[in-house]
Design a protein around this ligand. Sequence first.
Ligand SMILES: Nc1ncnc2c1ncn2[C@@H]1O[C@H](COP(=O)(O)OP(=O)(O)OP(=O)(O)O)[C@@H](O)[C@H]1O
Length: 298
Amino acid sequence: MKLGGLMIQVHDLQKHFGGFRAVDGASLTIETGSITGLIGPNGAGKSTLFNVIAGVFKPTSGRVMMAGEDITGLPPHELFRKGLLRTFQLAHEFSSMTVRENLMMVPAGQSGETLINTWFRRRRIREEERALRKKADEVLEFLTISHLAEEKAGNLSGGQKKLLELGRTMMVDAKIVFLDEVGAGVNRTLLGTIGDAIVRLNKERGYTFCVIEHDMDFIGRLCDPVIVMAAGKVLAEGSADSIMKNEAVIEAYLGTGLKNKVAAEVAEEAAFAESHGAQPGLGSEAGHGGDGKPEGGL
Ligand SMILES: Nc1ncnc2c1ncn2[C@@H]1O[C@H](COP(=O)(O)OP(=O)(O)OP(=O)(O)O)[C@@H](O)[C@H]1O
């Protein structure tokens, strides 16, 4: 669902660590209603870009706009209030609390947070808790993990923790969510469930996503457009198919020496797929390591 309008615009962003330019003049747009993929070789600057957009790092220079408003350098809690959330590579759950409790504690400003309310306004607190519990249970049902409601979050698998992280964004009705390496260490089945949840949140609830992921099957299934970063800059943008065939992208991943070899393999795979009526792609199972990242430095 493309809603039109420009949700996030990044203009000539720079983030330096000492003399090192982790983000070196990146400009890009994340359209409202899109699931935008952000890919690139290790060290390309993807996570740093996310961190600057989400207020974790202040940029060295450049601007970040959200729906026309300058949000450059705003702290994460202010962006959170505006509906912009960034999930981290490692899900930050409270391990000794149940899954439902983890969801219920996301919305800020609950009445039970002040001492005076816990003494004198117990009814209001009880009503709020009932409403939060109902919402948490709806979120769990949407994510097909109702059976985990009473489970301690620390006992969840890596993929289930990623689903919980998505659930936490739903407790505050996020507008735009930045997902960092959602597939890292997650098995194929659960990755499929996470992908389905992302697509449904996008289509049914109007969420905009920007997704960093090394798994090209996942990117190809979910994302349009795909933005490629290399050496702190935006190298290319387009559909997953066009990106996978883009020579500059292949070169950035593999270096010039391997470029011709890979191009020949891609052409061979495409010819084979065409003769067998299948879709060609770089993201074959054989090319991936156990962590979901393609092998050979991709
Ligand atoms: N806090 C920091 N201090 C110094 N250098 C940093 C810092 N954070 C990131 N870098 C450097 O900036 C570069 C970009 O890192 P970043 O994590 O943004 O890349 P990435 O594209 O997300 O990589 P990956 O795919 O491996 O996660 C790397 O060379 C990294 O070492």
